[in-house]
Design a protein around this ligand. Structure first.
Ligand SMILES: [Mn+2]
Length: 466
């Protein structure tokens, strides 16, 4: 964990931003897989709890009384029977002092704290819960039914945490760099193993194993598939086939739970075909263009649209799109190929703070768009970039047979799409190239000192030589 001063500073800033009331930050509990003591492994702490209280143990709650300026770490110490099975663990009071918290208390005291605050009509700030055990705990403590908890969660607390967690400081960037080192090893492992006859699941398992072998975990379930056009396709037992592309979207969380998130698309044989290269080079150009124009003050929404226009221009050259580029993008025709946004915030969560809803994280009053159009409606990030933001740059081109059929049948965007040509790409799959970028004072840079190969020549050379 970081120095205790980091957590003290963060909590002080949180108190200043929230201003009043009692903040209750729930840590996660073990999540049972098939019986209560068999938890899914490894344990994953809640990211906001980690940010302010740093401790990785299950069953903890952090309480910050803003009005009285007191902080308490709540949790039960384990008893002798647990020690027999699991060994000794740090006491709750020790864990509190490690992160600069003056008080600790057993879990039953949380009921008193909440009752006292409710009786005094004080505001209790909590975050929208995403685990059912925490929902029950909030129901017991505050009498709010789980169905009402999302709307009863504190928007002031959400806004304060988004403000703080969006900007990464030097010690957080160091952790993100560490995660990137593991991410590099995961991706180059996949590139070494890809060849005809190996199953998708085998490669995904090896990739996951790299993360685990560094004491960390994957930052999200690994996507490894020959069906790159299925955006969140899970690895299957199908064997890799010569002539196809394999898409690997994977990342690590380091020991401090900071994430990496990269995507590479590679030819199963190690050599791109001409048709694959044509599409790949468009994605490559879009990826590099986003890197060129990302800087403080630029709206990520505008960068997304600039990339869409560039992609449209290039797809017109290939005869897959037609008509006026501006009009095509305004109509959302490009979403046939790129139905998602250019990227998202990344930090302690791979889609950072996704549990607060992306509209509260990736957008603000100024940039909150009308999100009705297909493709644009699932953008995760649109607000102005600031120094210290970490975002992903992940353009892709996908040929989704069902989408081609649907738009062809309805005539949607037919003035901008060449459906006859699209028909011939139904077996193509999809390509995405993704890297993580840090917004610097006057531009941006990649996170990760070794960049996973992505220029076609580099990919082919790596696959040939490793
Ligand atoms: Mn991503």
């Amino acid at each position: 964990m970081f120095n205790k001063e980091t957590y003290i500073r963060r909590r002080n800033e949180l108190k200043r931003l929230v201003g009043n009331g009692v903040i209750v930050l729930f840590g996660n509990n073990e999540s049972p897989s098939n019986f209560p003591n068999n938890g899914y492994y490894p344990f994953r702490q809640d990211s906001s709890f980690l940010y302010y209280f740093g401790q990785q143990r299950d069953g903890l709650v952090g309480v910050i009384d803003v009005d009285n300026d007191t902080e308490t770490l709540i949790g039960d110490d384990i008893d002798i029977e647990d020690i027999v099975w699991y060994g000794s663990v740090n006491s709750v009071s020790n864990m509190a002092s490690e992160v600069g918290v003056a008080h600790s208390a057993p879990m039953k005291l949380l009921t008193n704290i909440c009752n006292d605050a409710l009786r005094a009509m004080r505001r209790i700030h909590f975050l929208p819960p995403y685990r059912f055990d925490i929902k029950l705990q909030i129901f017991d403590l505050l009498g709010i039914h789980p169905n009402q908890q999302k709307e009863s969660a504190s928007m002031d607390l959400i806004k304060a945490i988004v403000k703080m967690r969006s900007t990464k400081d030097a010690e957080e960037i160091e952790e993100l760099e560490r995660a990137a080192v593991i991410g590099y090893k995961m991706h180059t492992t996949a590139m070494r193993l890809v060849k005809p006859g190996v199953t998708e699941k085998y490669i995904a398992g090896q990739v996951d194993g790299i993360a685990h072998s560094y004491g960390s975990m994957v930052s999200f379930p690994t996507i490894f598939t020959q069906h790159g056009e299925i955006l969140h396709g899970t690895p299957s037992l199908n064997k890799l086939e010569a002539g196809k592309l394999a898409l690997c979207d994977a990342g690590a969380e380091n020991m401090m739970n900071y994430c990496s998130d990269n995507t590479r698309t590679m030819p199963v044989t190690g050599k791109f075909t001409q048709r694959q290269l044509e599409i790949y080079s468009i994605v490559e150009t879009c990826h590099d263009y986003a890197l060129e124009i990302s800087k403080p003050g630029a709206k990520y929404f505008d960068i997304h649209l600039a990339v869409c226009r560039l992609m449209t221009d290039r797809l017109k050259e290939l005869g897959l799109m037609k008509g006026d580029t501006e009009e095509a993008v305004r109509a959302g025709a490009h979403a046939m190929f790129l139905p998602h946004g250019l990227g998202h915030m990344m930090g302690l969560d791979v889609h950072d703070m996704e549990n607060f809803d992306q509209i509260n994280v990736g957008f603000d009053e100024e940039t909150r768009p009308k999100l009705e159009q297909f493709g644009t409606n699932c953008l995760r990030m649109g607000r102005r970039l600031e120094e210290g933001f970490v975002v992903t740059d992940e353009p892709g081109i996908y040929f989704i047979p069902a989408l081609i059929d649907e738009w062809k049948a309805s005539g949607h965007c037919k003035e901008f799409l060449n459906f006859d040509k699209l028909e011939t790409y139904k077996d193509f799959g999809g390509i995405r190239i993704e890297d993580d970028i840090l917004i610097t004072k006057d531009g941006c840079r990649f996170i990760g000192k070794d960049l996973i190969p992505y220029h076609p020549k580099d990919v082919e050379a790596f696959m040939e030589n490793n």
